[in-house]
Ligand binder design. Structure first.
Ligand SMILES: Cc1cc2nc3c(=O)[nH]c(=O)nc-3n(C[C@H](O)[C@H](O)[C@H](O)COP(=O)(O)OP(=O)(O)OC[C@H]3O[C@@H](n4cnc5c(N)ncnc54)[C@H](O)[C@@H]3O)c2cc1C
Length: 313
């Protein structure tokens, strides 16, 4: 079976950047993703902080980066990686061969692997959430926002994603009610813009107790953590942006995850397993943004090239 120099798991900004750098370092690269290439930015309406673009649609940026990988003739395949194992090299050389197994039944082999599987949104875990999840409760405004044209929506959360997506929803919804457990913690410029919108109402320091029960979604009940005041926020649907968790379950057996499930990697993106590198949002790190994901991907690819040189000469 063919042995790639490097297999990159995840084709978000981190994975695609790693692929570009690895290919330009003359490595034989396979880029794998369970979904269409692009990662989370596919579902981001407007990005305003990626250098060189004062405003760019996330799906457009993803397509441009993917086209860059295709211009370099980087091999891309669909596959949901469910397991990574290591085995000694048959020729007894240094380093191990990584066996990458996908749920769809395909298995690939490589000298190095870069893990760039990102994060997924957290749920609130309050009563009645599961009854409406995926129907009237969504985690993606760009996917489901259009359903709420001239209707009322609730956005839960106060970080950058919550505030940016609230601004997006306010362009089409009749009313956007933002309910957040703390105060608004997003960039001050974005918070100022949100608060200036006439159809937006913000409730800070409210704990959400439940989504209102019933056949049809009508809203939620929340209690102020400061005053004990109870409010009922009404809406035709809700969007949750209360944080993220790493998508790293397939790597749990490798001994490379910290206690919250993020990949522990050093500044060279090396994990505890030689030849396995981590990059992007799935790493334990300070700032999860496109620009830092790209940076991690570039470093991981350089480290993979150095690993190949050390093992193969
Ligand atoms: C709503 C929202 C708005 C945002 N706005 C901005 C912004 O304005 N500016 C900014 O800089 N950042 C923004 N971000 C953050 C930015 O999207 C992330 O930092 C960035 O996408 C991280 O890139 P990544 O490659 O590490 O991971 P991701 O983009 O999450 O990509 C991970 C990829 O791995 C794949 N994958 C996962 N598991 C497997 C598996 N087992 N097998 C195969 N493939 C797998 C996924 O399908 C996905 O394609 C936003 C995020 C959200 C959610």
């Amino acid at each position: 079976m063919k042995i790639y120099d490097v297999i990159i798991v995840g084709s978000g900004p981190a994975g695609m950047t790693a692929a570009i750098y690895a290919k330009r370092a003359n490595l034989d690269v396979l880029l794998l993703d369970k979904l269409a290439p692009g990662g989370q930015i596919i579902n981001t309406y407007e990005i305003q902080n990626y250098p060189g673009f004062s405003s760019v649609n996330g799906a457009d940026l993803a397509m441009q980066v993917f086209e860059h990988t295709q211009a370099l003739e980087i091999e891309f395949d669909y596959g949901t990686v469910e397991k990574i194992e290591t085995e000694e090299r048959e020729d007894g050389g240094c380093g191990t061969i990584k066996i990458v197994t996908c749920a769809e039944g395909k298995t690939y082999r490589s000298l190095a692997v870069i893990l760039a599987t990102g994060t997924k949104p957290r749920m609130l875990h309050v009563p009645n959430e599961l009854d409406f999840a995926g129907k009237s409760i969504s985690w993606c405004a760009i996917c489901d926002g259009a359903k709420y044209r001239d209707k009322s929506v609730i956005v839960i959360g106060g970080g950058n994603s919550a505030v940016e997506e609230s601004i997006y929803l306010a362009e089409m919804a009749k009313k956007v009610t933002v309910v957040t457990m703390l105060d608004l913690t997003a960039d001050p410029m974005a918070c100022d813009k949100l608060k200036s919108l006439p159809n937006v109402e913000v409730h800070e320091w409210f704990d959400i107790k439940e989504f209102l029960p019933g056949e049809v979604f009508t809203g939620l009940r929340a209690v102020s953590s400061k005053t004990g005041e109870e409010i009922v926020a009404h809406g035709d649907g809700a969007f949750e942006y209360i944080g993220l968790q790493p998508v790293t379950e397939p790597f749990a057996g490798l001994g490379i995850l910290e206690s919250h499930g993020y990949i522990e990697a050093n500044e060279r993106m090396e994990t505890a397993v030689p030849g396995i590198f981590g990059a992007g949002d799935s790493n334990s790190k300070l700032l999860r943004q496109i620009v830092t994901a790209c940076s991690d991907g570039a470093v991981a690819a350089q480290s993979a090239a150095a690993y190949k040189k050390k093992c193969m000469g």
